[in-house]
Every structure is written in structure tokens, then in C-alpha cells.
Design a binder for this molecule. Sequence first.
Ligand SMILES: *Cc1c(COP(=O)(O)O)cnc(C)c1O
Length: 422
Amino acid sequence: MTSPIVETPIVETSRLINYNVEEIRQDFPVLSQQIYGKPLTFLDSAASAQKPQVVLDAIQHYYAREYANIHRGVYYLSQVGTQKYEDARVKLQKFINARSPKEIIFVRGATEAINLVAQTYGRKFLKAGDEIILSRMEHHSNIVPWQILRDEKDLVLTVSPIDDKGNFLFGDYEKLLSERVKLVAITQISNALGTITPIRDIITAAHKVGAKVLVDGCQAVPHMRVDVQAMDADFYVFSGHKIYGPTGVGILYGREELLNAMPPYQGGGDMINSVTFAKTTYNDLPHKFEAGTPHIAGGIGLGVALDYVDGLGFDNIARHEQQILDYALNRICEVKGVNLIGRADHMAGIISFTMDLAHPHDIGTILDQDGIAIRTGHHCAQPVMDFFDIPSTARLSLGLYNTEQDIDRFIDGLHKVNRIFS
Ligand SMILES: *Cc1c(COP(=O)(O)O)cnc(C)c1O
């Protein structure tokens, strides 16, 4: 394989020392826009994060100058594309510290990754009466695929509880574990509440009874260094678009021996060794699970997004986001009639809340008039809304580019909501 001619953009490492958020914001063209004549205040990164210019450039460059289908081309462009796509896989491997790039399966996103595990691992290895443990805080995409499988195979789904602050109740979880439990599928950070779960302990306890663990890492990877070997995860999934990469691409990490034992998910090109009408043999990992032409530009763009985040440094990002979160938590308490939903002992940069006077939808609409983007609704986590006995919340979520000024505008918006509804 020839090496690629075009270098992928590199983020200057000088920023490692000095986290200059104003300078970092310049990397995100969307943030300099006006919405209804007001500066954009983007506080919805948990739904999807904005993209830095380096990611946009990498995608544009690939389509403009290097585009061709990958993996079987003998000619120059195909080889350059293949190399870049496979380089991105290696970046992902290093990013989460997998043992081998074969353990990194490119998928459409976390949703597809979880469905893949349910429909391959679950179908082959789980049988009637086996139990799967989920938490009360799961995103619908870590609930519904297991329900489909449960109904097909007569499995038992067990829900591990939380307390009224949104803490994962580890003691209760341990009591649910038994020889019947074959799989635990749990989020590392709740997208609805911001709760950080004790994932390392959850996995250790599951392994003691012989259960495998799938970790939903969607909300964790943008905020903290993830090490799948240190946490000892069997499967780990996340979407590229929440970590400043493109939509339509994400990752399933699986232990090599598990992935090897699983049947293929979809059939098609790229996932085969040889095909006759009598018999088809499957390709090796990771290609066995990657049927069809992949999202080549997406994979390459995601690799560049990881470079970008690594260039800033997780220590710096986490410190900055914690500072903004603390500031937001302090300031939101000034606003009359605000109820925080979920105040777990360990929380990431997500604040879910309701207001006495206004429905979440109205809060979102009023803030929008001032260019402030927050999410309102059930956040694809209806079971946790039921637990708090509410249909929906308003939710602020932070990215690496948010500032105290964003929070000030948001707080002004909440005061305005109170003025309108009082
Ligand atoms: C966003 C999210 C998902 C689903 O991700 P998609 O990109 O929609 O596939 C799953 N779990 C959590 C915790 C999420 O935040």
C-alpha cells in the first residue's frame, strides 16, 4: 500500500498548555453565526456536537481530491482512500485503547452498534430464560433492541434502579446479578440526567457471574478518556457525531474472540471471502461486520475529530467543562421555580430541569427567540422520565466550546421565561 500523499490536518499542540476557549471557538464556524440577529448560544451538544473546521476540511478534501471506492481498487485513488479509512480505524483503536484495529467495527452509530450486538451475539448466544440487565437511565436505543430480542427469544429484561437524585444504585444492581444474567447493557453517562455510572465496578461484578457487558459510551467519549481494556468492557459503542465528528458513522468495539464467535450482521459486499450459490465464506474481522460501501468520508472525518480532541487534551477539556458546569449549576439556582432533575454525585456536563411556571417546550421556544439552543422533551429516555413522574424536561448540555457567557445568556433567558409566565 502506498502512503497517502495528503497529510491529515494536525492541531497545534501549544494549546495543551493554555485552554483558550475564545480561540477554540474560532475553530467552529457555526458558532460565529447569528440566529434571529442574536449570537448563537449552543447548549445542545449531548444531542449532537458541532464540527471544527479541520473535520469539515478533511471531508471536503476527501470528496474533492481523493474520492473513489475503497478496499478493492488497484488504482491510486482507491488505495489512498483505503489507507485513510484504515488509518482512521487505527486512530479509533488507540483512542479507546482496544487491543487491535480488528476490534473496531465501523457502523452507522451507537444505535446500529447495539442492534448489531443484539441481533448477532444475542441471537446466537442467548436462550429462553436468560436475563439481560439494563439501567433505568438507558437511551431508547439501549432498550428497544433488547426488547425485540426478548420477544423473539423469551428472555427476561431486568431494570437496575436509580435513586431520586439519579444515582445508579450499585448495591441493588449487585443483588440482581445471578447465574441467569448473561448480558448487562448500561450507559457510562446518562444523556437525560448526566449521571456518571460506576462502570468499572459494574463490569467487574457482571464478570463474576459470567455475564458480558455492553457499555453505551455515547456521552462519555466526548468528555473523558476511555480505556476499554482498563474498564474490561466486552462491547463498547459510540456515535461519531457526538464527539465533533460527522453523522452517519460510529463504532462498535468488541473483544476479538467475541466478534469472531458472532455470526455476521448484514450480508453483502466486503464482508465475504468467496461467494457461490452453494456456499459463502466470510471475511475476517473487522470486514465481516461491514457489508457494503461504508461511510468513507465519515470514517476519515471521525479520525480527524479524534485528533482534534486529543490535540486539546482530555484533562483540559474536562477541567474547562467542569468549570462551566459548576458555574451553570450555581447560576441556575438563582432562577425562581427551577427544579433540577437528576443531581447525581458524579455528573457530566448535562443539566436537566423543569420550571414551575412553564412547560419545557415553552422554555425551549422562548430561549430559541434569543438564539439559545437547548433540548426539550423526553431525550429518548422515557423510562427515566416516568421514574421522575414527568413527561419531559428542558436540558442544557455542554461541549468543549461553551463559555460562562453562554450560561449568562441562558440564565437571562430563564428569567425572561419567568417574566412571560408570571
Ligand atoms: C445519542 C445517544 C444514543 C444514540 O446515538 P445515535 O447516534 O442516535 O445512534 C445512545 N445512547 C446515548 C446515551 C446517547 O446519548
